[in-house]
Design a protein around this ligand. Structure first.
Ligand SMILES: NC(=O)c1ccc[n+]([C@@H]2O[C@H](COP(=O)([O-])OP(=O)(O)OC[C@H]3O[C@@H](n4cnc5c(N)ncnc54)[C@H](OP(=O)(O)O)[C@@H]3O)[C@@H](O)[C@H]2O)c1
Length: 252
């Protein structure tokens, strides 16, 4: 087994531990923000700073990596960069400004998370993958096409749900409301479900260990976060719909 594979597997192990811890320790940002976690930073700025490394690293490996342009590996890079361009520059501009801040520690953790995941994925695609791994046969294979469909279905669910949440507040409002549209009829966090689906699709397209590791990390992070959101809704709103699930319709 190579050193690279060992690093991926250890990182995968960390995801499993973090998954269980996060059911008990709520990450203090957004509605769960807390001043008990040390110095605070502006919410919008934190989103840009913590997501930018992921965008920058993958862009670097795409243009300056050894093999990125020798095959269709650029398609895999493009999916990542498309998602992270939105998350780094569009999403933070769209969220409504509130007086809420994010602990510096959370931003730091997210930067580490992004450095690791983008670093492993970019390094694999540009320095380890051979040019026939991502050749035209790969691009036209049913697995790649199914993965692409899953990726874009997940991305659409994530974007549409984030859009609904962001627009619950009228200009100047800072509070919270119960969302009812689209998949919110079924689950408390369709935006997080969309993101889980999206990175599962990415792992099917890329079909490599670091992409699988990132899909597992996304699931590990977002399922407990959705549970934290779900419990928070029930505490905050007496009339919160009882039949609504946490993240996966009719299942959990
Ligand atoms: N890949 C990963 O591991 C990862 C990790 C974390 C997040 N993310 C992604 O980042 C995005 C944000 O995640 P999040 O957990 O912070 O999302 P969230 O709590 O659902 O919040 C999204 C936005 O909508 C606002 N909002 C949420 N619920 C609202 C309500 N009931 N009424 C009014 N406004 C509401 C929030 O305002 P406030 O900020 O004021 O609460 C925030 O601006 C998602 O797309 C998620 O998939 C990805």
């Amino acid at each position: 087994m190579s050193v690279f594979e060992i690093i991926c597997l250890v990182w995968l192990g960390v995801a499993v531990v973090v998954h269980f811890v996060m059911f008990y320790v709520t990450a203090p940002f957004g509605r769960h923000t807390s001043e008990n976690w040390g110095p605070m930073v502006n919410n919008k700025l934190a989103w840009v700073l913590m997501e930018f490394p992921s965008l920058a690293i993958m862009t670097y490996f795409l243009f300056w990596g050894t093999n990125s342009m020798n095959s269709f590996a650029w398609v895999v890079f493009a999916l990542w960069i498309f998602h992270y361009f939105n998350r780094t520059f569009v999403y933070p501009l769209r969220i409504k400004a509130t007086s809420k801040k994010m602990p510096f520690a959370i931003m730091g953790n997210a930067i580490l998370f992004n450095l690791m995941n983008a670093g492993l994925n970019g390094y694999f695609l540009s320095e380890i993958a051979t040019s026939n791994q991502y050749d035209i046969t790969w691009l036209q294979s049913p697995t790649t096409i199914i993965g692409l469909v899953i990726f874009f279905v997940g991305l659409s669910i994530n974007w549409r749900s984030d859009h609904i949440l962001i627009n619950l507040r009228k200009p100047g409002e800072t509070g919270y409301k119960i969302p009812h549209k689209f998949l919110f009829k079924y689950v408390s966090s369709p935006n997080l479900m969309g993101e889980v689906i999206e990175w599962a699709g990415f792992a099917i397209v890329a079909w490599n260990l670091p992409a699988l590791t990132f899909a597992v990390w996304t699931y590990a992070n977002l399922v407990p976060r959705a549970k934290n959101h779900h419990d928070w809704y029930h505490k905050k709103f007496e009339n919160y719909p009882k039949e609504r699930k946490v993240i996966f319709p009719f299942i959990y």
